[in-house]
Design a protein around this ligand. Structure first.
Ligand code: S3P
Length: 447
């Protein structure tokens, strides 16, 4: 099953040592936010290192439909001529966010306090995902939403012409929900307050401040209390997007499990709200050095030197989940090559990602000869040790880029080749994946 176009099967075979430099693309979360805040500033924002994956291109197209001028000047180099907070015009057509939950939820947030009426849709994966988690807080501002049963897309959002500010405690750990409320708060008068019990990625907070919004974060017994003063004039910025730690995870994990590997992944964001996978891999015994730590574009970054390692299974603490929520699929693959069990609890949010990622990983790992246990909120992988995973299966990706890349990584170290039924969704976040992995020495074929 593919998103928009034809399915593209792909196959990975046991590979020789992976070596060389892996220049992974720009951070997806930061790329979406740079385009959106650029469109809400007055004047020209310049972006370098923008991820040119389909998810982000769909957000760029949406910002044009809202009246911003968005131009590509060269690879990763973009400018956005913003229309100011409250300056959006009504899109002439339905906004299609493709595969992107982040895109659609952030866009709903930024139009919810504008008095515009906008209809959103997406691909077959996105049309299954819950939007109520965003439209409920947006209703507090005065916006109304009309969607399919269960709060699914297509959905029409009628923005509040006279929005009121909101105080909202986010019930699930979700940076998308937090960010949608903050973006809506930009065009509401007074102070909008978002409370999050478990901290999630903080790119919106960092970037809002960078664009000149008044935003404070207080640590209280209730959790993080984020207060945003509405109706600022956002100042255009030069945004340098760091490389995506969630995309870096794929070459990093491949290098750990393919015998003899030694790679360098330069310039990867080490934002502590995104670092959970790397903390976990170190606990498993991974040989990863964080070289040349520095700051780029307001984010801490480092060059990652990764060598193949003998790994041991671990218990991942549930409170770490928000800082590695997108990395559980590839961690499950690494866990299959470790000695002993890896226990991942508190992961039920994985069931409402681009696919039900607990189910997709469990079925694919079983097909590859790995024993797993799962319940609603848990995934346990019984490791088989380095080089011992049988493989030899075709795994279903369910229009999910991270499931596709995870099973291809598994195939690079398994005994028998592993295929995925459709690798085309990889283009949503990591269009250069195949070329980059082949450049390191991975045996990866289309078909
Ligand atoms: C994202 C937040 C996370 C993550 C997604 C990107 C963001 O989703 O899974 O890939 O950019 O805010 P949730 O907010 O639903 O946890």
């Amino acid at each position: 099953m593919s998103g928009h176009g034809a399915a593209q099967p792909m196959t990975a075979r046991r590979s020789g040592p992976l070596t060389g430099r892996a220049e992974v693309p720009g951070d997806k979360s930061i790329s979406h936010r740079a385009l959106i805040l650029g469109a809400m500033a007055v004047g020209e924002t310049r972006i370098t290192g923008l991820l040119e994956g389909q998810d982000v291109l769909d957000t760029a197209k949406a910002m044009r439909a809202f009246g911003a001028e968005v131009t590509q000047h060269g690879p990763g180099q973009w400018s956005v001529h913003g229309v100011g907070v409250g300056g959006f015009s009504e899109p002439a057509d339905v906004i299609d966010c493709g595969n992107s939950g982040t895109g659609v939820r952030l866009l709903m947030g930024c139009m919810a306090t504008t008095g515009l009426t906008v209809t959103f849709t997406g691909d077959a994966s996105l049309r299954k995902r819950p939007m109520g988690r965003v439209t409920e807080p947006l209703a507090l501002f005065g916006a109304r939403a009309y969607g399919r049963k269960g709060g699914r897309l297509p959905m029409t959002v009628v923005g509040a012409a006279d929005p009121v500010p909101v105080r909202y405690a986010v019930p699930v750990p979700s940076a998308q929900v937090k960010s949608a409320v903050l973006l809506a708060g930009l065009n509401a008068p007074g102070q909008t307050v978002v409370i999050e019990r478990e901290p999630t990625r903080d790119h919106s907070e960092r970037m809002l401040r960078g664009f000149g919004a008044e935003l404070t974060v207080e640590e209280t017994p209730e959790g993080h209390v984020i207060t945003l003063t509405g109706q600022p004039e956002l100042r255009p910025q030069a945004v340098a997007v760091p490389r995506d730690p969630s995309s870096a995870a794929f070459p990093v994990c491949a290098a750990l499990i393919v015998e003899g590997s030694d790679i360098l992944v330069p310039g990867v964001s080490r934002n502590p709200t995104r670092d959970g996978l790397y903390v976990t891999l170190l606990e498993m015994g991974a040989d990863i050095a964080f070289e040349n730590p520095r700051e780029e574009g307001g984010e801490p970054v480092a060059d990652l030197r990764v060598r193949a390692s003998a790994l041991t299974g671990v218990e991942v603490p549930p409170e770490r989940a928000p800082s590695m929520i997108d990395e559980y699929p590839v961690l499950a693959v690494v866990a299959a090559f470790a000695e002993g069990r890896t226990v991942m609890r508190g992961v039920k949010e994985l069931r409402v990602k681009e696919s039900d990622r607990i189910d997709a990983m469990a079925r694919g790992l079983e097909a590859c000869g790995v024993r797993v246990e799962e319940d609603e909120d848990t995934l346990i992988v019984h490791g088989m040790g380095a080089g011992a995973v049988p493989g030899g299966a075709v795994c279903a990706t369910h229009i999910d880029h991270r499931i596709a890349m995870s099973f291809l990584v598994l195939g690079m170290a398994a005994k028998a080749e592993v295929s995925v039924d459709d690798g085309s969704p990889i283009a949503t976040s990591f269009p250069a994946f195949v070329g980059l992995m082949r450049g390191l020495g991975a045996e990866l074929a289309l078909g």
